[in-house]
Design a protein around this ligand. Structure first.
Ligand code: NAP
Length: 497
């Protein structure tokens, strides 16, 4: 059940929030502590007006103290009086903190949500803590913690597994906790909380529409397959929109969640606990996952980078769809398909910027088509290491390190046909990785950064007359290749990798 947590300061605005979000919610958490003090006298009789906005809706009353992440700073006796009146005024559920003395609300007939908030971390004994909360049969135990790592997110899911016989809500606040807001069914949670667009009643809240339409919470069942994109940072990723959209279009019973991952060991623990059927890998884990793979395609082995991990009966299998995804738009822009439908890059000189995870896949793709690749990177030692690794592959093309540039040297760069940016410079529309590079105007300039696609480098190249390829085109091509693999897993066909 999706509950809208209200953030309004007045009752009319609160009712407007409920009306606006009514299509996507089954419940409302009236956060009385966020109302102006002058509005509080009307809160106990609010339930009827809320039901008028959305008939059949469940109503939870909460007055959160500052120590628990709320804004109530008034007298505790006043708070208890309000809670008692709300419980007798038609609220279905009342949130009472675990340390609260016995109050009349407990005898009112409303369901009690017995809550505990940890704003600093995730207690080690989470399941035991949750079990200790209910004072009377039928109470819902709610524990909201603040995971500071992927390992703590794993602990939340493990704790929930031990609470199967207790009505509960166990969730993680903040960026590490986002999957616990979406995978309500997997956690066995009675409900999940959401905020209206542009508002955030608690760290990590998504909107009701996002939970309902993008993540399709209402359709999750025991057979729903779970996929993820993992990285750090992850909030910018467009992969959830793409893959959930495709699953919905094709009526496939699967969900795809963003997971903030700070360490690869915890990632693979989470992949077992959820369990994940497969996941997309982004910055900075494309190399880190390699040691965990039992099987890998040639593209992963040679590029030493993996952006797609698939569950198989023989262990985790790695694939790199960045290789296919990078080449597809280049084939289109070069407009010179050979017999196989691919553009040959033999005789072409490519300046490759960057030596990270995606540069490995891109370098492999370029060399496999016969290009002469010069690698430039902020840290030249990384460029040298990548050039050495790629040269060892014995592919058609040749590779060297581009040591000019930077430090005020202006490169007119004669002979460069294609310039590819694989550094992260340009993300959020900030920075040009090669301000020292003067375009001639006849190069193809390909920036794989896609947030946003119109990076400063792309704009400068386009103004100089170059043909440009934006990162969203690579994203679409690599995501489409990934989706085919995920669809195979979600529909239980053998994945064709
Ligand atoms: P990565 O492994 O972390 O590599 C980052 C690269 O950027 C390294 O070469 C690093 O140089 C360089 N770099 C970072 N900050 C820099 C700075 N301030 N100045 C100069 N160079 C800097 O990352 P990745 O996985 O390769 O991803 C890189 C970018 O590609 C990201 O924006 C990602 O979103 C994008 N990407 C797009 C697609 C797509 O489908 N369009 C696919 C994959 C990746 P050092 O070696 O000196 O640290």
């Amino acid at each position: 059940m999706i509950f809208l947590t209200t953030t309004a300061a007045t009752i009319p605005r609160l009712l407007r929030q409920v009306r606006e979000q009514a299509s996507w919610i089954e419940g409302v958490e009236v956060r009385a502590d966020l109302l102006e003090p002058a509005e509080l006298s009307g809160v106990a009789t609010l339930a009827g007006a809320v039901r008028d906005c959305s008939p059949g809706i469940r109503i939870l009353g909460t007055i959160r103290r500052e120590a628990d992440g709320g804004r109530w700073t008034g007298e505790e006796s006043q708070r208890r009086t309000l809670l008692d009146r709300m419980s007798r005024g038609g609220f279905d559920l009342i949130d009472l903190e675990s340390d609260l003395p016995i109050v009349d609300a407990e005898r009112s007939g409303a369901t009690i949500v017995r809550s505990l908030h940890d704003l600093d971390g995730t207690p080690a004994n989470l399941a035991r803590l949750a079990r200790s909360l209910p004072r009377n049969p039928g109470e819902i135990a709610k524990v909201a913690v603040s995971p500071r790592s992927t390992a703590e997110l794993v602990a939340i899911f493990r704790a929930a597994d031990r609470l199967y016989d207790l009505p509960h809500v166990v969730l993680g606040m903040g960026p590490f906790g986002v999957p616990s807001r979406i995978l309500t069914r997997r956690l066995g949670n009675v409900l999940t909380f959401a905020s209206a667009p542009g508002e955030s009643a608690a760290p990590g809240h998504l909107t009701p529409q996002t939970l309902s339409e993008l993540y399709r919470l209402g359709s999750h069942g025991d057979a729903t397959r779970c996929f993820a994109v993992v990285g750090n940072p992850i909030a910018h990723s467009r992969s959830p929109a793409y893959h959930n959209g495709r699953f919905a279009e094709e009526g496939i019973d699967a969900v795809y969640v963003p997971v903030l991952v700070d360490d690869v060991t915890s990632l693979f623990e989470l992949a077992e606990v959820l369990p994940l059927s497969g996941f997309s890998v982004t910055i900075p884990h494309k190399r880190g996952v390699l040691a965990r793979l039992s099987l890998m395609g040639d593209d992963v082995r040679v590029a030493q980078a993996c952006n797609t991990v698939l569950r198989t009966p023989d262990g985790w299998r790695g694939v790199n769809t960045d290789v296919r995804g990078f080449l597809a738009p280049l084939d289109e822009v070069l407009d010179a398909p050979d017999e196989g439908g691919h553009a040959s890059l033999r005789g072409m000189s490519v300046l490759l910027l960057g030596a990270g995870g995606s540069a490995r896949a891109v370098g492999y793709a370029l060399l496999s088509r016969g290009a002469t690749v010069s690698i430039w990177n902020r840290t030249t030692a990384h460029a040298r290491a990548l050039a050495t690794d790629l040269a060892r592959l014995g592919l058609d093309g040749t590779v060297n390190v581009f040591e000019q540039g930077g430090h005020g040297v202006r490169a007119s760069a004669p002979g460069i046909d294609i310039l590819v940016n694989t550094t992260s410079v340009g993300m959020n529309g900030e920075g040009d990785p090669v301000p020292w590079y003067d375009f001639r105007g006849d190069e193809v300039v390909y920036d794989i950064v896609y947030t946003p696609p119109q990076t400063p480098l792309i704009l400068r190249a386009a103004y100089a007359g170059c043909r440009v390829v934006t990162g969203d085109r690579m994203f679409a091509a690599q995501a489409a290749a990934q989706y085919e693999l995920y669809r195979s897993l979600a529909t239980a066909d053998a994945p064709d990798v």
